[in-house]
Design a protein around this ligand. Sequence first.
Ligand code: GAL
Length: 658
Amino acid sequence: MTTPRWLRRTGTPRLEFGADYNPEQWPRAVWDEDMKAMKAAGVTIVSLGIFSWARLETSDGEFDFGWLDDAMDLLHANGILVDLATATASPPPWLTAAYPSILPVSPDGRVVSPGGRQHWRPTSPIFRAHALRLVRAMATRYGSHPALAAWHVSNELGCHNVYDFSDDAAAAFRVWLRARYSTLDALNAAWGTSFWSQRYGAWDEILPPRLAATHPNPTQQLDFKRFSSDALLSYLRDERALLRELTPAVPVTTNFMVMGETKGMDYASWAADVDFVANDHYVTPGPQAHDELSFSANLTGNLAGGRPWFLMEHSTSAVNWQPINVAKKPGELARDSLTHVAHGADAVCFFQWRQSAAGAEKYHSAMVPHAGPDSAVFRDVASLGDRLRSLRSVAGLSRTPSPVAILFDWTSWWAAELDSHPSSRLRYRQEALDWYSAFLDLGVRADVVPVGADLTGYAVVVAPMLHVVPSSLAERLSAYVSGGGHLITTYFSGIVDENDHVWLGGYPGALRPLLGIRIEEFAPLLDDEQVALDNGTAGTLWTDRIDVVDASTEVLVSYKTGEMAGRAAVTRRSVGPGSASYVSTRLGPDGLVPVLDSLLSRAGVVSELPAEVRGRVELAVRGPVRFYINRTDRPVELAGIAGAPAVLGPREVAVVAA
Ligand code: GAL
């Protein structure tokens, strides 16, 4: 566990502003233009050297730091801080040519070729030795450079290489398994290897879940996901340990990817290993685009323990890696940035400073687009720089906890979406996001917190699709409810323990006593099916045949159509002053609103927003500062909110200090 630190810098606190800076892609004369434009935009920090290994170590052990010395000095002369990458993100061609064994291997045994980026095995000792040699050289050369504000380990660890099925991975997986289980008997029991003749008699027989004739063992798959996240974490720790040894005064971070469906890295277990949390976020287009951004920023803030964090990357406009890459609409650039700030970001940075003319990301937006500084994007960037300067008093403020929490659990995400399940359509993060949208629609602030978070102080806790519930978690949730808390959970929750073994006796397994219901059989729906509920909403994806088995459990909503017609769809069990509720179908944000509304009012939770703006305005609070974010594309009247403007324009954000 590290004591949280922020950038190494002097002067009064401020919100940092900047981008990934890749000067090596440009002639030297352009660098001088960059400095002028950075100053015009109000840039305070850049991330440098992220993909520079091939330009820094030109052949095995031969370093060429001249150009980076020049860039560091130039940035310092212009008063710009550097978040310096260790430059290990993408191995150079000489390394993969000499040591092809560092290349990752797919489940079906194909070796990933160089030519893209991040083509390295997290468990390769050869890769690690070369990467750490570079880290040592970087730390030795730049550790006391006055521009250096932080170390940026690698880049988006696991973005392309989280799952590697190579022999190196197999060997490291066995070491990890021995540490977890100690004995083969314990592993055989946990993996349920009596099934399908899978019993292991020696550690060396165990492999990663490579391409199999049919569904690979689910616990093996789950453990491989745990192991793969841990393997990257162990790599992060190795770089960090060396940096700590050589440059103890310089804080170390790495950029997480809390966004969309990126799910390979259990960041709840990584957050304690960085001096400050940094995240990259790119918008997923669609009706919940803004909500998803807010959800990710919120979760990132809570991974950071409520303390300020660093938005390392987002985009000024379009990306280049979605099937169709839409440009941001007017106001979106600022709203996206300020929503991150509202949820605790003290730095707003982009990928990247100057849009590349060559390479795979040449159609990805940047602070300086292809059109140059005489462009709408650059003017928006500069005005964001001004806005962030005017908000400098926000810097350092922690997030103010919300009255309610949504639990987020990487293990349940992994396990619920494994193959060979009642439905392959379940989407863990989507269900959690739907609840978050429903809270936004009701104007109630919610914290998205890792499952291990302290629940004290939350009046309501929602645990969407909390599939994996070890007995210790069931006890924690039970204690929370007995202590007067209101728990809400959903379909496919409480079903298995940490080994992915089903809790027997009826579903929802570990949560059955708490919820006072019993389900004998799941009843997932086909893609085109939906069922009507007696509160006027409709469910899709899933239903359950619920028997109410406890006198304190009431049926709040029933199924009106389908096989479950007349049976309970939503239940609530009173436990002293607390309660435990269950939602057995996918309602989506619109359908969740009435259910949530009634559960919140019974729990005594009320919106902090005036009734007229609820749903259209998102509220986030950092101490004395309140952020009012227009979620819509239309103006919203803010009458009644002291200190706020009378009207919040489309996609605008008002920041009001008490
Ligand atoms: C991130 C990455 C950046 C850039 C960006 C484009 O995954 O860290 O280097 O590729 O995406 O959106």
